[in-house]
Write a protein of this length. Structure first.
Length: 190
């Protein structure tokens, strides 16, 4: 059992303190493909560590399903605004493929936040990293061409192209599935 815990800790992209919470205070959930962890409009009550698989955060823009972010093994996911401010989430979170997550409830987070200034500093670092990630996503959308965004995603997360349906990738890149197909063909022809 200890070897499994150590292997899981090595997989986590988070600090040792937050790892400890996910390794000791969680419940494990097996999610089928397309399982919705959080519906748009619901208030987030949990944070999740992705043990295996892939989740996506999305929102519905007047009937258009827009993928905002993908989360793979080692990532922590929650609708941060909803989780911290106890407001309805503007995002939904669902499993793209069969996935396993470890879930920590809000009460556990509040307990650690009350008892540990180190935990609060770690969570601030996580929140700042998330803000920087979303800022980069926004800047990439307005400053880079669709082809440049595609190539950046290929460099940073090539595994997504093997596990995620391409219409979700197109949505994430801010293009249509047809445009994604054209970009892929153009790049493969080089």
């Amino acid at each position: 059992m200890q070897l499994r815990v150590e292997a899981l800790a090595m997989q986590m992209k988070i600090s040792a303190l937050i790892q400890d919470i996910f390794l000791t205070q969680t419940s494990v959930r097996e999610l089928p493909k397309k399982y919705c962890l959080l519906r748009q409009g619901d208030t987030s009550q949990h944070a999740y560590f992705v043990k295996s698989g892939c989740l996506r955060m999305w929102y519905n823009d007047h009937g258009d399903d827009i993928t905002v972010k993908f989360f793979t093994s080692g990532d922590v996911v929650s609708s941060l605004e909803s989780f911290y401010q106890e407001i309805p989430s503007i995002f939904g979170i669902e499993a793209v493929i069969p996935s396993t997550v470890m879930s920590v409830d809000k009460a556990t987070f509040k307990k650690y936040a009350t008892e540990s200034s180190a935990f609060n500093q770690e969570m601030l670092a996580v929140a700042v990293a998330c803000m920087a990630d979303y800022q980069n996503l926004f800047l990439n959308r307005i400053m880079k061409s669709p082809e440049d965004r595609f190539q950046l995603l290929m460099e940073l997360n090539p595994e997504l192209f093997d596990i995620v349906p391409h219409h979700y990738i197109a949505s994430y890149l801010g293009i249509t599935p047809v445009s994604l197909s054209r970009i892929r063909k153009r790049i493969s022809d080089y």
